[in-house]
Design a binder for this molecule. Structure first.
Ligand SMILES: *[C@@H]1O[C@H](CO)[C@@H](O)[C@H](O)[C@H]1NC(C)=O
Ligand SMILES: *[C@@H]1O[C@H](CO)[C@@H](O)[C@H](O)[C@H]1NC(C)=O
Ligand SMILES: *[C@@H]1O[C@H](CO)[C@@H](O)[C@H](O)[C@H]1NC(C)=O
Length: 395
């Protein structure tokens, strides 16, 4: 028998309650935010390996009760690598290897706490490790003998999904593929392919958090943004895995920009994002020469920005919203676009439970997404009022 803890207290309070329940009732306590890694059994022999050749892995917590037939598959973020040097450097980090990986934190959308995560806390929840550097998209058999780099993101994704299918996902009723940042892009890129792997599930939907990286041809730095993705497409040789709906009408090196993908995704998709996306403003924009001075400090702390620098951020927001608006609308698509100066919402309690503009009946993000997923009510909201970056999560 399993039981979830319903307590508003902090982590240690819950741990204490868990310990007491265990001691007094022998009931399995379900509050365990650090989850061990599982490596794929035959990862090395089947080649489902990270950049450095180490085995692919995932973290999994079993569903129960009303969640027993429901699965969440989560793809974390961690940018990309698009050259030999970048990918080699990446093998020294958790973005390129599973050497030294033991546990990961299950917070926010992965949380087992029904207060933090009321719709999904008792689902089967899986975190697939991101160690390929190309949003789970590559499958190159050849290994460069000089670098020993393995380019196998798509193979990892497929191999872990096969394990999950065998574990019971093949009989699932409800499934969510979710991810943030590079994982949010991976969610958009892999959404329909994933849907095809679970034909018997009655409801499969994709949730992309902070994965809408815009090309923004009108804003400085466009060469850098285009080259960033073009390098990933070329180095990992992923053209054949990109959606044909895009590669058939434009240069495939542009087909990692979600603005050319989202309109063709057939599976219901939710876009959770800030129009003042901190990552894109900080790393993908190039400031005009007149506002270059202090840009680094300003993008780390918006209180240090000059009015001209804030105006530049507003230009980004305008372009971001126009780019979204240009995509043909579709009733099954959900959207929640706020103005927090932030990147990533899914993974922490504060962000997953954030409640602020835009307000959909004063609901927290978790509730808005639950309403979209279960079709309880429509979930499409863009903060049209706040035209400056908000510091939503300051203490
Ligand atoms: C996680 O791994 C540690 C170290 O190997 C082990 O002691 C612990 O029992 C594992 N936890 C679970 C829930 O399997
Ligand atoms: C793994 O841990 C060892 C021992 O702390 C360290 O020397 C090594 O650099 C780590 N490797 C990676 C890829 O993190
Ligand atoms: C879907 O369900 C049918 C009928 O129960 C079964 O034969 C088939 O193997 C299932 N497909 C998958 C991919 O699980």
């Amino acid at each position: 028998m399993e039981k979830s803890i319903r307590s508003t207290g902090d982590y240690w309070t819950k741990l204490l309650i868990c310990a007491l329940i265990l001691l007094t009732t022998q009931v399995h306590c379900h509050f365990n935010p650090r989850i061990n890694v599982t490596f794929l059994d035959n990862a090395v022999s089947t080649g489902a390996v990270c950049l450095d050749g180490s085995p692919a892995g995932y973290h999994y917590e079993k569903g129960y009760g009303t969640g027993a037939d429901n699965w969440l598959v989560y793809l974390p973020g961690g940018a990309w690598c698009g050259s030999k040097g970048d990918c080699l450097a990446r093998t020294k980090t958790i973005g390129g290897t599973t050497v030294n990986v033991t546990t990961t934190w299950f917070g926010g959308i992965l949380s087992a706490d029904s207060l933090v995560n009321p719709d999904l806390y008792n689902w089967h929840r899986t975190f697939i490790r991101y160690c390929d550097g190309a949003s789970f998209m590559a499958d190159v058999e050849a290994v460069d003998p000089e670098t020993n780099l393995h380019l196998r993101g798509a193979r990892i994704f497929r191999a872990v999904v096969d394990v999950l299918l065998a574990k019971g996902m093949k009989n699932a009723k409800n499934i969510i593929l979710a991810g943030n940042s590079a994982g949010g892009l991976a969610t958009i890129l892999n959404c329909d392919r994933f849907r095809a792997l679970v034909p018997n599930a009655s409801r499969v939907k994709c949730l992309s958090d902070s994965g809408f990286f815009i090309r923004a041809q009108n804003l400085p730095g466009v060469e850098k943004r285009e080259k960033g993705f073009a390098d990933v497409v070329a180095f990992h040789d992923i053209t054949k895995f990109l959606p044909k709906s895009c590669t058939s009408r434009m240069d495939p090196s542009l087909c990692m920009f979600p603005e050319y993908l989202v309109g063709d995704v057939q599976t219901p998709l939710f876009l959770l994002h800030s129009a003042f996306d901190q990552y894109q403003i900080q790393y993908n924009l190039k400031p005009y020469p007149a506002i270059e001075q202090g840009w680094k400090e300003c993008t780390s702390n918006t209180r240090l920005c000059t009015p001209a620098q804030i105006d530049f951020m507003k230009e980004f927001r305008t372009t971001f919203l126009q780019t979204l608006k240009a995509i043909p609308d579709c009733p099954s698509r959900g959207m929640f676009i706020n103005s927090c100066y932030i990147h990533d919402f899914l993974f922490s309690r504060a962000r997953w439970n954030y409640q602020g503009p835009p307000s959909l009946g004063n609901k927290i993000i978790e509730r808005v997404i639950g309403d979209w997923y279960f079709e309880r009510c429509s979930a499409k909201a863009i903060d049209a009022e706040t035209d400056h970056p908000l510091n939503c999560f300051d203490a």
